[in-house]
Design a protein around this ligand. Structure first.
Ligand code: GLU
Length: 447
């Protein structure tokens, strides 16, 4: 007889096996609560034990990256690729280089990525990878040497129709360029094996901006649904990376007042709102500066608050765009007390389970990253399509496609997440809409 799974059974099964992997268990918990009722109501899903299979990665690749830095010293790092689920297409998801990277973090990210990718409507499975390598303060040459060594092992596990990595924290155009060069040299193949490439070698217009711009397109859809607009709203943004800066830029373009940016060292605050010139300057100069926000403060673009996060600043809308678990219970309480009515995640899982629950209980708009930050991977999907056809589409066409994809994800969340009195539980909507797609693809393909 088929195994019958339910929330307790599956969660305790995973808990026992992976009790030290807190981020992974957190991400699974967040999804299971919403999808178990759907699972229980579908005999095919149950017969194929879909939920348990969907929670476990299909394959995990671990390798040691031993490399010689530019001073001739040997360094040793850990590398992983988590190939979570390929029922909907090649594994797809970014690479993260950060000292906090470990298997639990990558398993949570790979798991989330499957649901996010399913929401885009494009044929992509889910995966994630990276290394505990810390690129902070490293020379360009060291970055290149590390990327080449990392790719020497990774290359045998990926391919344009197998697994297509991209960037994530600390992996941007420069790193993708080095990684791609090494793949091409070793395989003698020019193929769309990575996304986020340079425009000269198979990259796509709008890929760089897509996660941040997509977040604001989702916000526009939310505002439209609530008969309001971004214009005139006060917005706090955390982070100062690619996602945060492009979200801030697009928000300002739509008339929003973006009053903060932040990094691991503190907060840049500007009560009258950052200008688009200031944000563009940060985008251009961020990779050449140790602390771009402090420099902006020195240049009168705001004040620098050491060791502060943005959540105590009064706002209508909060956009956490830095990293996982950056916004906890206390922060959520402060935001709610200060009148914040919308929280849309630009990062992956920036709100803790408790913070999410508080937003939903208080019936403010809370949108999980798997829906609101899907613009990045969506544009990656469009880059894969362009590579397969050996063409390059215009920026304006791609920007419009991005807008449409985000508006469609919004619709999917609303149709599955609308509950009494018109309130939309976007988390539930996103989890259920993506689960149905994944589950149907898995059932159709048997075991
Ligand atoms: N790292 C991004 C994400 O979290 C993009 C992944 C991709 O483009 O494959 O969705």
């Amino acid at each position: 007889m088929a195994q019958q799974s339910n929330f307790d059974e599956i969660y305790s099964f995973l808990n026992e096996k992976f009790e030290n992997e807190s981020e992974y268990l957190q991400a699974v918990h967040e999804v299971l609560e919403d999808i178990i009722p759907i699972y229980n109501a579908n005999s095919d899903y149950k017969a194929f034990d879909i939920v348990r299979r969907l929670c476990l990665p299909e394959r995990i690749i671990y390798f040691t990256v031993s490399w010689m830095n530019s001073s001739g010293e040997i360094e040793v790092n850990q590398g992983w690729r988590v190939q979570h689920n390929s029922a909907m297409g090649p594994y797809k998801g970014g690479l993260r280089f950060h000292p906090t990277v470990n298997l639990s973090v990558l398993k949570f990210l790979a798991f989330e990525q499957c649901f996010k990718n399913a929401l885009t409507g494009l044929p992509m499975g889910g995966g994630k990878g990276g290394s505990d390598f810390d690129p902070k303060g490293r020379s360009d040459r060291d970055i290149m040497l590390f990327c080449q060594s990392f790719m020497r092992e990774l290359q045998r596990h990926i391919g344009a129709n197998t697994d297509v990595p991209a960037g994530d924290i600390n992996v941007g155009a420069r790193e993708i360029g080095y990684l791609y060069g090494e793949y091409r040299r070793l395989n003698n193949r020019f193929e769309g094996v990575l996304t986020g490439k340079g425009l000269e070698f198979g990259g796509s217009y709008v890929r760089t901006e897509a996660t941040g711009f997509g977040l604001i397109y989702f916000l526009q859809a939310v505002c439209q649904h609530q008969n309001t607009q971004i214009d005139g709203k006060t917005i706090v943004v955390s982070g100062a990376g690619n996602v945060a800066l492009h979200a801030a830029l697009k928000a300002v373009e739509k008339g929003g007042k973006v009053v903060t940016l932040s990094n691991s060292r503190g907060l840049l605050y500007n009560a009258s709102g950052l200008t688009d010139t200031a944000i563009k300057w940060a985008i251009e100069n961020r990779s050449s500066s140790g602390n771009i926000l402090e420099e902006m403060a020195k240049d009168d673009m705001g004040t620098w608050e050491e060791n502060k996060t943005p959540w105590h600043i009064e706002c209508d809308i909060a956009l956490p765009c830095a990293t996982q678990n950056e916004l906890g219970e206390k922060d959520a309480r402060t935001l709610l007390n200060n009148g914040c009515r919308m929280v849309l995640e630009g990062a992956n899982m920036p709100c803790t389970n408790k913070a999410q629950a508080m937003f939903i209980d208080e019936k403010i708009t809370y949108v999980p990253g798997k829906a609101s930050n899907a613009g990045g991977v969506a544009l990656s999907g469009l880059e894969m399509g362009q590579n397969a056809m050996f063409n390059q589409r215009e920026a304006s066409v791609l920007d419009e496609q991005l807008y449409t994809i985000m508006a469609n994800i919004h619709e999917r969340c609303v149709s599955e997440g609308k509950i009494e009195s018109g309130f939309v539980n976007y988390m539930k909507g996103a989890n259920i809409a993506s689960f149905r797609r994944l589950a149907d693809a898995m059932v159709a393909q048997g075991v």
